[in-house]
Design a protein around this ligand. Structure first.
Ligand SMILES: Nc1nc2c(ncn2[C@@H]2O[C@H](COP(=O)(O)OP(=O)(O)O)[C@@H](O)[C@H]2O)c(=O)[nH]1
Ligand SMILES: [Mg+2]
Length: 217
């Protein structure tokens, strides 16, 4: 994301330079570009607003306006603030386990877990050359399992079928077995969404976690 944003900002800055000095008005204009780029990159609106606000405050301050290369200084401010939002350390997935490495995906309802399972599966297959299997332990939401089946086909990874009448921990155990038999490098386990206030569902995820002993959750 930073690459496209950086490019966009650079071209805005170039345009501004053509018109002479960086001014408060044209900094505001480039902030509009930043805002659009972030929104297009699917960053949540409150996050975008807070970030643009912080960049703007710094951009019209000494740091940028008095810099010999204001355009570059502005880009640096944006980069700093983006880094602060996204976390300054980029940690890779830890898959250094005896295969299959198990990734358990847990979270709130509608948070994007199933989509993330598919994106991660594709990333691991294409970029890391891993043989990936996915399985759904979401036996609560109608069509949750079918959703993952469809996505697995799209991203061309192995799909371990499950059904709503099975217990999640039984599904997990069967999938682990299948992953081993298929020599999968990674097994990604999708789960039903849950709230921390739902004690039964929280117990379920604990049991799943204990049964699978995932390397990443
Ligand atoms: N805009 C946007 N929508 C997403 C993203 N990830 C998932 N969604 C959508 O959010 C909805 C819920 O996603 P899903 O993966 O089924 O969430 P789950 O309930 O946590 O498994 C679906 O309509 C997805 O298409 C994302 O990164 N950006
Ligand atoms: Mg889901």
């Amino acid at each position: 994301m930073f690459e496209s944003l950086s490019q966009r900002l650079s071209s805005t800055v170039e345009r501004l330079r053509g018109r002479g000095r960086l001014t408060e008005a044209n900094i505001r204009e480039s902030m509009r570009e930043v805002r659009i780029a972030l929104l297009e990159a699917d960053v949540a609106l409150p996050v975008v607003q807070a970030l643009v606000q912080r960049v703007q405050v710094r951009a019209i301050g000494q740091e940028v306006m008095k810099s010999l290369t204001p355009g570059q200084a502005l880009i640096k401010v944006v980069r700093d603030e983006l880094t602060a939002v996204m976390g300054s350390v980029n940690t890779d997935l830890n898959l250094a386990a005896a295969p299959p490495a198990i990734v358990l995906v847990a979270g709130l309802q509608g948070a994007g877990k199933t989509t993330t399972v598919a994106k991660l599966a594709r990333f691991l297959r294409e970029r890391k050359k891993k043989k990936v299997m996915v399985v759904s332990c979401d036996v609560y939401r109608p069509a949750a399992i079918e959703q993952l089946r469809t996505l697995a086909a799209q991203v061309e990874v192995l799909f371990h079928p499950s059904s709503p009448d099975q217990a999640p921990v039984a599904i997990a155990a069967a999938a682990l077995d299948a992953a081993k038999k298929n020599f999968a490098d990674v097994l990604i386990v999708d789960t039903a969404g849950r709230l921390h206030v739902d004690a039964a569902m929280m117990d379920e995820i604990k049991v799943l976690h204990a049964a699978l002993d995932p390397i990443e959750t």
